[in-house]
Each structure stands twice: as structure tokens, then as C-alpha cells.
Design a protein around this ligand. Structure first.
Ligand SMILES: [Mg+2]
Length: 122
């Protein structure tokens, strides 16, 4: 069975870019959420194997969504997607339990290798 990934990003364009990268690599998209609140709800509902989480989003940002997911699912695997210049958020996210981060604009190989590292430890 292929790995099921939840994509959380407020930009539809960005979700589409991520979706295409993941589908080409053979992953399954469990769902797409447009903000942190939706992301937490969809995580609870869909129980994906992995979450790709944007940081800056309306309603609830990615750091808060990460915290809420981790509070109830300590083994959740979350990779943060950050823009350039968000180092302080990345450090905070890692402290809050994020497994890794990828920086936009996305390099497909970097995303895939971050996922492989997070899931398979390779
Ligand atoms: Mg955003």
C-alpha cells in the first residue's frame, strides 16, 4: 500500500505543486487542507502516514496545527514547508516535534528525500 500524505497549505497552487510531485513519486494524497484548523481536523479523520505542513496560514498557522496534532498523536510524522527567512519558525517547529522541513520553492528531489528519510530512515 502506498504512503498516504496529507497536504496542508493555504495556497491552492502550492497544494497542486506538492500533489503532483508526490503523485509522480507514487505516493497517495490522503487529503488537502487550506489552513491549520482544517489540517488538524483532517488528520484526526484520515490518519495519514505523513503531513506536509505549511507554516504561514490564516485561521491557524502550521506551528499551532503541529502542536495540536502532536498533543494527541505523538508518533505523527510532520514535515514543515517554509518560505525563505523563516528559520526561527523552523527551529520552533522542530522543538514542537516536526521531523524535518523543506524550503520553498520546492525542489521535488528534496521533498521526496525528506519523506523517505522521515518514514524509512534512509
Ligand atoms: Mg502559506
Amino acid at each position: 500500500m502506498s504512503l498516504r500524505v496529507l497536504i496542508v497549505d493555504d495556497l491552492e497552487f502550492m497544494r497542486t505543486v506538492i500533489r503532483e510531485i508526490l503523485e509522480q513519486a507514487g505516493f497517495e494524497i490522503a487529503g488537502e487542507a487550506a489552513n491549520g484548523e482544517e489540517g488538524v481536523a483532517m488528520f484526526n479523520q484520515l490518519k495519514p502516514d505523513l503531513v506536509l505542513m505549511d507554516i504561514t496560514m490564516p485561521v491557524m498557522d502550521g506551528i499551532e496545527a503541529l502542536k495540536q496534532i502532536k498533543r494527541h498523536h505523538q508518533d505523527a510524522t510532520v514535515i514543515m514547508c517554509s518560505a525563505l527567512g523563516q528559520q526561527e519558525y523552523i527551529i520552533k517547529a522542530i522543538q514542537c516535534g516536526a521531523r524535518d522541513f523543506v524550503v520553498k520553492p520546492f525542489n521535488p528531489e528534496r521533498i521526496i528525500s525528506a519523506i523517505h528519510k522521515a518514514i524509512y530512515n534512509v
